[in-house]
Design a protein around this ligand. Sequence first.
Ligand SMILES: Cc1ncc(COP(=O)(O)O)c(C=O)c1O
Length: 391
Amino acid sequence: MAKELKNRSALNPATRIATAARPYAEHGAVNPAVYRASTITYPDVATLHTRNQDYTYGRKGTPTSRAFETAVAELEGGHDCKAAPSGLAAITAALLSFLKAGDHLLMVDTVYWPARQLCDTLIKGLGIETTYYDPLIGGGIKSLMRPNTRVVYCESPGSQTMEVQDVPAIAAAAHGHGAIVILDNTWGAGHYFKAFAMGCDVSIQAATKYIVGHSDAMLGTVTCNEATWGQFKEAYETMGLFAGPDDMYLALRGLRTLDVRLERHMRSAIAVAEWLRGRPEVETVLHPALSNAPGHSLWKRDFTGSCGLFSVVLKPTAENAVAAMLDGLELFSMGYSWGGFESLVIPFKPHRTATTWTGGAPCLRLHIGLEHPDDLIADLHSGFRRMAAST
Ligand SMILES: Cc1ncc(COP(=O)(O)O)c(C=O)c1O
């Protein structure tokens, strides 16, 4: 086993990412092996009965899964972590672990749409009521708390329209009423937003995005503080969840370069966002690091960086003209994902029920990959020319 560094908490985040979970690597390697294990054997009957060994069954954990989960828990600043087969599975596992029939859930109105679908179907069917709330409500969430409110769920910035939430104020109100706070921390990637320092109890990531970082694996993570870990771990194991060893290995490999990748995504996205802000075709740029964005001052207070994902609202334009712009892009592909090395764009219509979107249309979400921003800007520039030609 590689030796553990002393006093890890004094190290810079980039150093911790590079060195996390090293003791799981063996024989002088710096990466753990990929354990494809179902059966785990026991040396004798006494151990078989007590299960007093580090690994007991494939689904209960292997050195590969523990290396990945330990590294994510350290990244997030949480107590411990479990991996799930996708980001959505991580969201489902977390909600089902902390909610039961008769409970009330406060869910942010700008949540990733499939999570809304989950609440409106399966979770509703279990007798759990969901109330959607304004992402910018802050401490005002107090007024929505009920005696049976068990979970307040945040996603910051909000999906597509990028509203930054006042997570510490929401957490203070939730805790005052005995509820826990679960955050979808995929945008901050656990690196630029420290969920636990901001008062969250559980931090979820679609590791599919920046942790994997190369668009070649689906994975989710649920990281808990000490108080919530026991309940979550028990429910996770009861549900029979686990993730594929090769995917966890790829994710751990991606995690090692998270700091440098995110820094490049951040710089390039800001360059493209600023260029877009100066374009006559653009009404608003929804990028939390830009001064006119909703929640910008909260982003400045609570985040230490930004990633490659942001949105723009165009001035009113015919749908066929927007399609002409998007169809001819060469470097931006269209796809419902983000967090990889490639640039992506999708048109979207904000979907919400507790609030009304007044920000205009048409809206585009962009993911700025690791291509050079000058080339991306040139691609978008040609797109605007096509848009003008077909108006
Ligand atoms: C904010 C956010 N959370 C969760 C998910 C779900 O992740 P997965 O696609 O791995 O299920 C996504 C996917 O796009 C997302 O954007």
